[in-house]
Design a protein around this ligand. Structure first.
Ligand SMILES: [Zn+2]
Length: 459
């Protein structure tokens, strides 16, 4: 690993885009300036291209055991796909089983992550609560570089926490300066509707969506916001999918509660007609929250444009249609929840956000790299092109058409929920910690090259 000079590109930050050169030595950005007079082992001409901070995807589930299956991408294949799409850092969720020690689950995830190609961090899910869990949360923050904890307000009878447990988490997080994130869907409502629909003989994938109405997400988001307000802590809504939770976020923020929101490309670009696909194809779109009816995406886009939803993640959690999703052929409740998105996120946001004028290129950088790094305590190591930051960047070709397809993606899964989506632009070069990982269509990654990124609590 030597030095790299990226010349003549337009370097983008959340604030502006400027013609600057970037000089990298080893794993670090050493200089950023106009017309740098420096020699380097490798010079990349970025004329006509944007130079973006490497993407930061703070919502992934690699090799995750869920609903009796394991998500199809492991840390190697998942982070390799990420790299091909310009994402150089991920945060994955450690999800302990109920009654399992958080630290024991963490040890398992550390083992799985050894093959990571890209840098990674962990969020810790809290699926049950006790004095031991509280102590282990403290250890996560103080000794393990994990400063964010997730509560599932859905999945009754599995990993859902009740209000008592959520309240205890929020109070303890306040002492630790940690951030509580939540999957907001009212698990009681979902359980009732699932059973009712199934008992009526309604077993197909589309009933998954009908059993998880947007009002159940809105209720759960409002409950979390109210509890966070009472305790006096920030809260983070993962994968927001609907107008109701967006309203909770916007109202809460204007009322002074520090709330953060994340959404994902699937909620911005798809509508619930996907569940009507024949031959069980709708199962590919079975995820929670589900894809919403037309109209909800407009609320999400509006909140992104207004800077209220600050993070675009993916909730990358792929399951194959064959052998995995098909386990729920006769019962939508048994279809493993999740889909792939890691590789596609930046291209989709560029094509359907920036190119359509919904957001600026600066907002794309803010939501896909800078704000996630800031909110989760990795900034300015990640999320910005600046001297001293990790040398993670993407030379982004602004033109050139492509099509997303399971036949060509790097995800290790047999379907794409974005099959046939046209894209414009994409990464020409991807550099991660000073390593050239992707060059004009060729991926040059090395299993195990990714490092764990410890994160601090953020005030
Ligand atoms: Zn998730």
């Amino acid at each position: 690993m030597g030095s790299i000079l990226v010349k003549n590109g337009t370097v983008v930050s959340p604030l502006d885009s400027r013609e600057l050169d970037v000089y990298i030595e080893g794993t670090t950005i050493v200089a950023v300036g106009a017309a740098l007079e420096l020699s380097a082992d490798r010079v990349i001409d970025a004329s006509g291209c944007y130079v973006l901070p490497g993407g930061v995807d703070v919502h992934t589930h690699l090799e995750m055991p869920f609903m009796g299956e394991v998500s199809a991408d492991d840390f190697t294949s998942g982070t390799a796909a990420a790299m091909a799409g310009g994402t150089t850092t991920i945060i994955d969720y450690v999800v302990p089983a109920k009654q399992q020690s958080l630290l024991e689950a963490l040890a398992l995830w550390k083992e799985k992550a050894k093959g990571a190609v890209a840098d990674y961090g962990f969020h810790m899910a809290v699926t049950w609560y006790s004095d031991q869990v509280a102590r282990e949360m403290t250890t996560c923050v103080h000794d393990e570089g994990i400063s964010s904890f997730k509560a599932f307000l859905a999945y009754k009878g599995a990993i859902m926490v009740n209000d008592d447990e959520l309240f205890a988490m929020l109070i303890h997080a306040r002492e630790l300066g940690a951030l509580i994130m939540a999957h907001c869907e009212n698990g009681e409502i979902v359980a009732l509707l699932q059973e009712r629909l199934f008992n009526q003989g309604k077993t197909e994938p589309k009933y998954h969506a009908l059993s998880r109405p947007s009002y159940a997400e809105g209720e759960s988001a409002f409950r979390l916001a109210a509890m966070a307000k009472a305790v006096g802590v920030p809260a983070y809504f993962v994968h927001m999918s609907c107008a109701e939770s967006t309203k909770v976020l916007v109202d809460g923020r204007s009322g002074g509660t520090p709330l953060y929101g994340e959404t994902c490309p699937q909620y911005l670009l798809l509508d619930d007609s996907v569940y009507e696909q024949p031959n069980f194809r709708g199962a590919a779109y079975v995820m929670s929250p589900p894809i919403r009816p037309k109209g909800h995406a407009d609320a999400l886009w509006g909140a992104i444009r207004a800077g209220q939803i600050e993070v675009i993640g993916t909730d990358h959690c792929p399951f194959n249609l064959k052998g995995q999703k098909e386990l729920g052929r006769d019962d939508f409740r048994k279809i493993p929840n999740g889909a792939a998105g890691l590789e596609d996120r930046l291209k989709l946001m560029y094509t359907y956000g920036v190119q359509t004028g919904r957001i600026s290129i600066e907002q794309m950088v803010a939501t896909c790299a800078t704000r996630p790094a800031q909110i989760f305590g990795m900034y300015p190591q990640k999320g910005i092109i600046a001297p001293g930051s990790d040398a993670d960047l993407v030379v982004w070709q602004p033109e050139g058409e492509g099509v997303i397809s399971a036949a060509t993606h790097h995800h290790r899964v047999d379907t794409s929920i974005f099959e046939g989506f046209k894209t414009i632009g994409g990464p020409a070069f991807v550099i991660a910690a000073g390593r050239l990982q992707y060059e004009e269509g060729t991926l040059m990654v090395e299993p195990g090259a990714g490092n764990f990124i410890p994160r601090r609590p953020t005030p």
